[in-house]
Design a protein around this ligand. Structure first.
Ligand code: HEC
Length: 260
């Protein structure tokens, strides 16, 4: 009985964990088959994220393979912060296509500047999920109490600045009002808050959401580059097993037909 109780409790643990992180997540409309979205996402990633964050379990060459880019395209378009060896730069062999996506920022410097180490992002999409990432990157808002002047509804008191603010503009977090101008409340009597743009970015809201979708798409790809292949192999294996089952069944019928 005791054992059963413990098993039940263990099985229920994930439910509690989910309840604890109770933030409404938007759905990220990602598609790993969409190569142009992945390429755009990779470009955003190397331009806006790969200065603080590393993706040190990923190689540039692997990104190129998965996204259908030639080595030259990767060298010219994605390898801005690759481990430059300036002595060799003149000899023209500084960037190597097989390099890992590391950054120069050291862990202790990250802690010094941001008050917390900057996490590696190679596997974040697997740990947090695409919807979490998408919601996180679309819910930064102005908060003068925070060191970088921004906070985030998905990751409260986050240590990261809103690095995409130029594209997104700035948002304020204000109480949501209904059609009559009355502040809306949830069933516990708390005010319902919403984010409203106070300065425009270079992108419209829809464009920004599209860009973030591409970025998240790339991060999901990066966290498991083999995913599509794995799914295809899975379907093939299922198909194979069905055929094998049919053959085995027919064979069994044939063997046993005279035995009564
Ligand atoms: C200026 C430095 C900087 C840049 C540039 C930056 N980040 Fe961050 N990021 C941080 C820091 C610092 C944290 C840790 C925040 C904390 O724990 O409070 C963080 C945390 C995160 C997290 C949460 C990870 C986790 O496991 O909790 C994600 C996801 C993330 N960043 C994504 C991005 C993406 C995507 C980009 C590019 C668009 C980006 N970051 C650019 C500094 C940066």
């Amino acid at each position: 009985m005791k054992k059963k109780l413990i098993t039940c409790l263990l099985l229920c643990l994930p439910l509690f964990a989910h309840a604890a992180g109770d933030v409404h997540l938007e759905k990220a409309d990602i598609n790993l088959e969409n190569k142009s979205s992945l390429r755009h996402g990779a470009k955003l990633f190397v331009n806006y994220c790969l200065s603080c964050h590393s993706a040190s379990m990923m190689r540039y060459s692997r990104v190129g393979q998965g996204l259908g880019l030639t080595d030259d395209q990767v060298l010219d378009n994605l390898m801005f912060v690759a481990n430059f060896d300036f002595d060799k730069l003149e000899e023209g062999e500084a960037k190597k296509i097989g390099e890992l996506m590391t950054v120069a920022l050291r862990k202790e410097d990250g802690e010094k500047y941001f008050g917390t180490p900057v996490p590696d992002l190679t596997l974040t999409a697997r740990a947090k999920g695409a919807d979490w990432l998408y919601t996180y990157l679309t819910t930064f808002y102005v908060d003068s109490k925070r060191p970088f002047g921004v906070n985030n509804t998905t990751f409260s008191n986050v240590g990261m600045p809103h690095v995409l603010w130029e594209l997104d503009g700035l948002k304020d977090r204000v109480p949501k009002k209904d059609a009559d101008g009355k502040v809306m409340k949830d069933k516990d009597g708390h005010e319902i808050m919403e984010l409203v743009r106070i300065t425009e970015g270079t992108m419209s809201d829809a464009e920004y959401k599209r860009a973030v979708t591409d970025l998240v798409n790339f991060m999901v790809y990066m966290a498991e580059p083999i995913q599509l292949e794995r799914q295809r192999t899975g379907i093939f294996v299922m198909f194979f097993l069905i055929i094998l089952f049919l053959l085995a069944y027919m064979l069994k019928k044939e063997y046993w037909k005279d035995v009564h």
